[in-house]
Design a protein around this ligand. Structure first.
Ligand SMILES: N[C@@H](CCC(=O)N[C@@H](CS)C(=O)NCC(=O)O)C(=O)O
Length: 85
């Protein structure tokens, strides 16, 4: 993405049929849409890095609740501290 609006191009819709960002694209054809799924993937794939999700179940549940609340909005889940009360 660089000029804006690239999410509406046909080649991008092949990896994200909803024409939304973000999408995590791998060289082997795998792609992951939905910010929460991407966050889960990154935490599982890189366990030695600072986690993006809380480690405790209550914290995780709060993120899931917030994600559900915002899932009908036009914003992806990007900053856990912004959405978790
Ligand atoms: N539930 C999706 C929401 C993604 C989303 O809404 N992305 C917006 C940008 S914040 C988008 O790509 N909108 C496309 C457009 O405005 O054309 C997620 O969490 O990834």
């Amino acid at each position: 993405m660089k000029d804006g609006g690239e999410q509406n191009k046909e080649d991008y819709k092949l990896v994200n049929s909803m024409a939304q960002v973000p999408t995590l694209v791998f060289g082997d054809g795998l792609s992951i849409t939905q910010s929460l799924a991407i966050i889960e993937y990154l935490d599982e794939r890189f366990p030695d890095r600072n986690p993006l999700m809380p480690n405790d179940i209550v914290g995780k549940v709060k993120v899931f609740i917030s994600n559900t609340r915002f899932s009908n909005s036009d914003r992806p889940l990007t900053l856990k501290s912004r959405y978790v009360s």
